[in-house]
Ligand binder design. Structure first.
Ligand code: DGY
Length: 336
């Protein structure tokens, strides 16, 4: 009897996904959600050939040190700021993420936050539930800002940014974007989007959605100076990573009426949320759920599992994982 290769799944996952892995692999799946310390992560990863992990699990050189066995780690996310990719490549560990399957769902959610923050839905609902709705409600209470007909700014125009832009046509919005590189013209046309400089984007946007990847370069890409360029009525939405925004500066701008509202799905210290933000009614906050639709979370988990199976030589894509981040490491495996 051949001994199955081992895979560790660091978070509870859909049964059908675990079953798919179990067809070929010996699966050790965590039954409860918890944060693993670097030591726990290191220990778990030393005992397996592959792993499916979440954003809370940080993989760096220290975690991989001395690990001769591990071949692949699949992230349950498109963003992979929890990976030290050069360290994984040096260690010969294939890194995979979950692009594309979540584009439309995250775009829907960015719109949901933009609409809800603009029209003060979170605060209005809290007020209603608190029993404050009465005959004294004024005609000019609960005034928000319109979305239709306004200028939508998108910072980071990858595939999620493009999906957000395409939705703007239905709201008759002008779309401006800023990105490292200009999109090919047919895509710009399809998105009806115009490339502008970052300052111009900040100045002109009535609604600004952040969708850029998080890295050292994008840390606090929106800080006090950037917020100062924005319109006093502007609405800021972040579905990317918390560290892109200086939360203290954002909270001050919202509190002092220098910015209209914010819709935030991501935070610098997740799961902790800065108390200054928690205190504000014009900050609409959610617990990093932009990709959390039934279909999409299942698709992300399934893609992560397929990547592990393919990397370890199983399934229809054996030897050809669909979404590798450092495919060059696979060529070195035979020499290990
Ligand atoms: C991602 O995939 O990077 C999302 O932030 C996770 O929901």
């Amino acid at each position: 009897m051949t001994v199955k290769q081992k895979v560790w799944v660091s978070r509870p996952l859909f049964p059908e996904v675990l079953a798919k892995l179990s067809e070929h692999l010996d699966v050790q799946a965590e039954a409860i959600e918890r944060k693993h310390t670097p030591e726990q992560l290191r220990e778990r990863l030393r005992q397996v050939d592959g792993a499916v992990i979440g954003l809370g699990d940080r993989v760096d050189a220290a975690v991989l040190e001395g690990n001769e066995r591990l071949r692949v780690i699949a992230n349950l996310a498109v963003g992979y700021n929890n990976f030290d990719l050069p360290a994984m490549t040096r260690a010969g560990v294939l890194a995979c993420n979950t692009p594309d399957v979540l584009n439309e769902t995250v775009a829907d959610y960015a719109w949901a936050l933009m609409l809800a923050a603009s029209r003060r839905i979170g605060a209005a609902e809290r007020w209603l539930r608190a029993g404050q709705w009465s005959n004294q409600q004024r005609f000019d209470d609960w005034l928000g800002v319109d979305v239709h007909g306004k200028t939508l700014g998108i910072l980071g125009m990858g595939r999620i940014g493009q999906a957000i832009a395409r939705r703007a046509a239905g709201f008759d919005m002008r779309v401006l974007y800023h990105n490292r590189s200009r999109l090919p013209e047919p895509i710009e046309r399809e998105c009806r989007a115009t490339l502008v400089g970052k300052d111009e984007l900040l100045k002109q946007a009535d609604h600004l959605i952040l969708v850029l990847p998080y890295s050292k370069a994008s840390h606090h890409a929106i800080g006090a100076a950037e917020l100062a360029l924005m319109k006093r009525t502007a609405v800021l939405v972040n579905v990317a990573r918390g560290g892109i925004v200086d939360e203290v500066a954002l909270a001050a701008a919202l509190r002092e009426g220098r910015l209209g509202a914010a819709g935030l799905d991501v935070f610098e210290g997740e799961p902790a949320v800065h108390p200054d933000l928690l205190a504000l009614d014009n900050a609409l906050l959610s617990p990093h759920i932009a990709s959390a639709s039934e279909d999409t979370r299942r698709a992300m988990a399934s893609l992560a599992a397929d990547n592990v199976l393919a990397a370890l030589g199983y399934g229809p894509h054996a030897g050809r994982p669909a979404t590798p981040l450092n495919p060059e490491v696979m060529a070195r495996w035979s020499r290990r």
